[in-house]
Write a protein that binds this ligand. Structure first.
Ligand SMILES: O=C(O)C(=O)CO
Length: 323
């Protein structure tokens, strides 16, 4: 047999043993890694990739021209342990003939479950309820206190009906959603399964009671949710983002929440992540990164919503029927 060229592989974080085993059993890799649960510092990344044939990176590593230059001409393949790949300069990587691997689908169910959890928690004001139970704010049951927003009979708008958007739509529909709108670059044939209506973004934003962002971060979606966007939303609308922080202009979101332009927001993603603990968004009761509103106005709740109170064990109350 011929000589086997030894491939230098740099890994930017401590990864599961199974992954390390695959690389070592291949018998052709000389692996070095940043052996920590914390992101590799930039200088160490630049040093670590030097002469590497392969790079295994994470979301937190910006893979740009500088990193590619530092790696040099050996570099053949980059794998990212992530679903998103907005942290990588794809054009530059392709130009250099470097192949890219990623891990689509591993987080589809998890992200969809998290999105539903975040949506329900935000709309039903769970974190606020927990705080009120613990701090004694819950004095007695009050019909108009901590009113929330209901999915039943609502219009849900999904921005980006990809794998994750579809998984979210499938899970939300059984809650009695009346209309499922979606927007994106193209209409999707598979949207029929969730009775999704392909609409222009403006229509989605102005007609939805829940706006769910599940698109990729691209130059087109960067800062998509801005002042203009929030100004078109209903005052009673709930905003949920589980995509990327940079899809949202956070100053504009803060204004929309603090002025009562929109009802509340649940954020799984922010810029930066996590937000500094003194960030204005974290001062709002109507913003969950979980965060609900100083600007909350019971009179803006739709009638059936005023009938639902979430606080401690008290889950709901409906109009009395005459028996
Ligand atoms: O894998 C990704 O893209 C993620 O956002 C993980 O949180």
């Amino acid at each position: 047999g011929g000589r086997t060229e030894i491939m230098k592989v740099f890994i930017t974080r401590r990864i599961p043993q199974e992954g390390m085993k695959i690389l070592s059993q291949a018998g052709v890799c000389k692996v070095s890694l940043w052996d920590s649960d914390e992101p590799v510092p930039r200088v160490e990344l630049l040093k670590g990739v030097e002469g590497a044939h392969g790079l295994l990176c994470l979301l937190s590593d910006k893979i740009d021209t500088e990193v590619l230059d530092a790696a040099g001409p050996n570099l053949k393949v980059i794998s990212t342990l992530s679903v998103g790949f907005d942290h990588m300069a794809m054009d530059e990587i392709k130009k250099r003939g470097v192949r890219v691997g990623y891990t689509p689908d591993v987080l589809t169910d998890a992200t969809a479950e998290l999105t539903v959890a975040l949506l329900l928690a935000t709309a039903r004001r769970l974190p606020e309820g927990v705080v009120e139970v613990k701090n004694g704010g819950w004095s007695t049951w009050k019909p108009l206190w901590l009113c929330g927003y209901g999915l039943s009979g609502s219009t849900v708008g999904v921005i980006g009906l990809g794998r994750i958007g579809m998984a979210i739509a499938r899970r939300l529909n059984p809650f009695g959603v009346k209309r499922l709108l979606y927007s994106g670059r193209t209409a999707k044939s598979y949207a029929a399964e969730v009775e999704g209506e392909y609409v222009p973004l403006d229509t989605l934003v102005s007609e939805s009671d829940f706006v769910v962002v599940s698109c990729a971060l691209t130059p087109e979606t960067q800062g998509l949710c801005n002042k203009d966007f929030f100004s078109k939303m209903k005052n009673t609308a709930v905003f949920i983002n589980t995509s990327r922080g940079a899809v949202v202009n956070q100053e504009d979101l803060y204004q929309a929440l603090s002025s009562g332009q929109i009802a509340c927001a649940g954020l799984d993603v922010t810029t930066p992540e996590p937000l500094p603990t003194d960030h204005p968004l974290l001062t709002l009761k109507n913003c969950g990164e979980y965060m609900e509103t100083q600007g909350w106005k019971p009179q803006t709740a739709r009638p059936h919503d005023a009938m639902h109170v979430v606080c401690g064990c008290e889950a709901s109350w409906t109009y009395c029927q005459i028996l």
